[in-house]
Design a protein around this ligand. Structure first.
Ligand SMILES: [Zn+2]
Length: 265
């Protein structure tokens, strides 16, 4: 961090979470950074000169960003932005592109400006690297969601019944209760609350995905039934947490539906 003539200049690494046009030629860009968490900055003239920022301001690009801020001013000025990884492997494939866009949209919804988390930054980087390296799958999206919930403080209770504490191994007819944020066994089921039936096998697979090293995560795969159950459980927690449907997930599912219909799956 450098201070000169009332302005503070600082450097950080960040993923682009989104950008909107501002005025005639500027862009306001939101980053998720390693040193400051989520932050916004204004890129002056970004729409007039494509060369100045090249592709460093595109969605989910990882860049080294130089920002400056004058005392008392809210929005930082983006002085310079050098792309570190443009993730071309993701951009060349529609399904990967939509999957990565969904991950980024989730990060934007589930983080607050100025709240730093290096664990979360590394989480985004690890998963974007996996998608870029051709390891994209629906399983991977669910593993991403679950770890994100954990790092954001919304970790669901999947290892026991939240009422009687019966561990997952001995649980019968488990259901996920969105309001409780965890599993209830058949005996503790409350029919007055919305609940999603989920098998012990799915719970165990999800629990394992939270603990396994990220470089081994691709050794895990969910059965067709577990995929369906994971999607129902995780989608319900996320929508309950952020209070709305995630736009890019809806588009991803629509595109997958079109592809599956065409190929007769
Ligand atoms: Zn119980």
């Amino acid at each position: 961090m450098i201070k000169s003539r009332g302005r503070t200049t600082y450097k950080t690494s960040g993923f682009v979470l989104g950008a909107i046009d501002y005025g005639d030629s500027d862009r306001i860009v939101t980053f998720y950074t390693d040193r400051y968490g989520k932050l916004k900055g204004i890129a002056k003239g970004a729409r007039r000169s494509t060369r100045r920022f090249a592709n460093a301001l595109e969605l989910f690009s990882l860049s080294t960003v130089m920002l400056s801020r004058s005392r008392g001013s809210g929005l930082a000025l983006i002085e310079n932005c050098d792309v570190v990884n443009h993730y071309s492997g993701i951009r060349n494939d529609l399904e990967k592109l939509l999957g990565a866009s969904y991950m980024i949209e989730l990060i934007d919804h589930m983080t607050l400006e100025g709240k730093k988390s290096l664990v979360l930054f590394n989480h985004v980087k690890a998963f974007l690297d996996l998608v870029d390296a051709n390891m994209y799958s629906d399983d991977l999206i669910h593993f991403f969601e679950l770890r994100l919930l954990r790092y954001s403080g919304y970790d669901p209770v999947l290892d026991r019944c939240i009422v009687c504490n019966t561990p997952v191994d001995g649980i019968e007819k488990p259901c996920f209760s969105v309001i409780d944020g965890g599993i209830r066994c058949g005996r503790c089921r409350d029919n007055g609350r919305p609940q999603i039936p989920v098998s012990v096998g799915t719970l165990k697979a999800l629990l394992m995905s939270k603990e396994i090293d990220i470089d081994k995560i691709n050794r895990l795969s969910l059965s067709r039934q577990s995929l369906k159950e994971s999607e129902a459980v995780l989608c319900s927690i996320i929508e309950h947490t952020i209070g709305k449907q995630v736009k890019s997930l809806k588009i991803l599912r629509q595109i997958q539906g079109i592809v599956e219909n065409k190929s007769g799956v």
